[in-house]
Design a protein around this ligand. Structure first.
Ligand code: PD2
Ligand code: ZN
Length: 277
């Protein structure tokens, strides 16, 4: 890119041509975005440009409901799962009966001895840090770690048409009274210095599935402030949402409200663009 495009921050034909060529060479939108940052673009302008060209150059493929609906149910192979809520943009789907009670119990039992105060990925370094916005305890299963995990991962892959290999290991979280997860985005912020290192392992997160393993007596809803959606935690149910671009305009800001009475347990599956190792 030449100096002029850097300083006026406009999507000139030259910039579009450069972006088209980058995409044709197989560079991801994150790589194009990072190259633009390195060339002196402001993060907002680069994000806007990447968003526009992503639509023009190629449809961004993200996980989505991949099975036909029959009376609001999908045949997930080993069980029927109910679609309780569906929004197209952002794509948010609430599923009923994704997990059976014994699957929820088995996941809780296997996770319990391994719980530790939750960490989040530190966007500055790519490492992990204690986060005051997240007052739960958690653990990660390895992908395919045990038969229940395998069964759940296979079901998720079928329903959302996304390779199991592109998924992170299942994370189980336990929230006691007062514990919450303040509103955030699940994608890695492209403007943070630690993000390129994180993206080396499977690219961006493109979708989240939060499965409720145990419902509190009061509190603990998952909320999406931008779309005024509130999902009550019900054992066996789940909420899915995708974010084709790592931008606030994805409107996937979401949080876990404080638990008031009882315990809330969830299992979260984050889906990446590519093979997650
Ligand atoms: O527990 C929740 O409701 C919740 C809210 C926001 C979980 C997550 N994010 C997550 O696991 O990313
Ligand atoms: Zn989240």
């Amino acid at each position: 890119m030449n100096a002029q495009t850097r300083t006026d921050q406009l999507l000139t034909p030259e910039v579009l041509a450069w972006m088209t060529a980058q995409a044709a060479q197989g560079h991801s939108k994150e790589e194009i975005f990072n190259a633009m940052l390195a060339a002196g673009w402001h993060a907002d302008a680069a994000a806007q440009a990447v968003q526009l060209t992503a639509e023009e150059l190629a449809a961004v493929v993200v996980p989505a409901l991949a099975l036909p609906l029959t009376h609001n149910m999908v045949d997930a192979g080993d069980k029927w799962v109910e679609v309780l809520f569906f929004a197209q943009v952002p794509n948010v789907i609430v599923l009923g009966n994704l997990l059976g009670p014994s699957e929820c119990e088995a996941l809780i039992e296997a996770a319990t001895p391994r719980l530790a105060r939750s960490l989040t990925v530190d966007a500055k370094t790519g490492g992990e840090e204690l986060n005051a916005d997240r007052t739960s305890e958690g653990m990660f299963f390895r992908r395919g770690e045990n038969p229940i995990v395998q069964q759940v991962e296979a079901r998720i892959a079928r329903i959302f048409g996304w390779p199991q290999e592109n998924g992170e290991g299942l994370q189980v979280l336990r929230y006691g009274p007062g514990a919450e997860y303040k509103p955030h985005y699940d994608y890695f912020d492209p403007a943070e210095p630690g993000t390129p290192a994180i993206l080396q392992r499977g690219g961006q997160r493109v979708a989240t599935l939060i499965m409720y393993l145990h419902e509190p007596e009061e509190g603990g809803a998952t909320v999406f402030p931008d779309i005024e959606l509130r999902v009550e935690p019900r054992r066996g149910n789940a909420v899915f949402f995708s974010y084709p671009q790592a931008l606030p305009s994805s409107r996937t800001l979401h949080g876990g409200e404080p638990v008031i009475v009882g315990e809330k347990w969830i299992a979260t599956k984050w889906l990446r663009e590519r093979l997650f190792t």
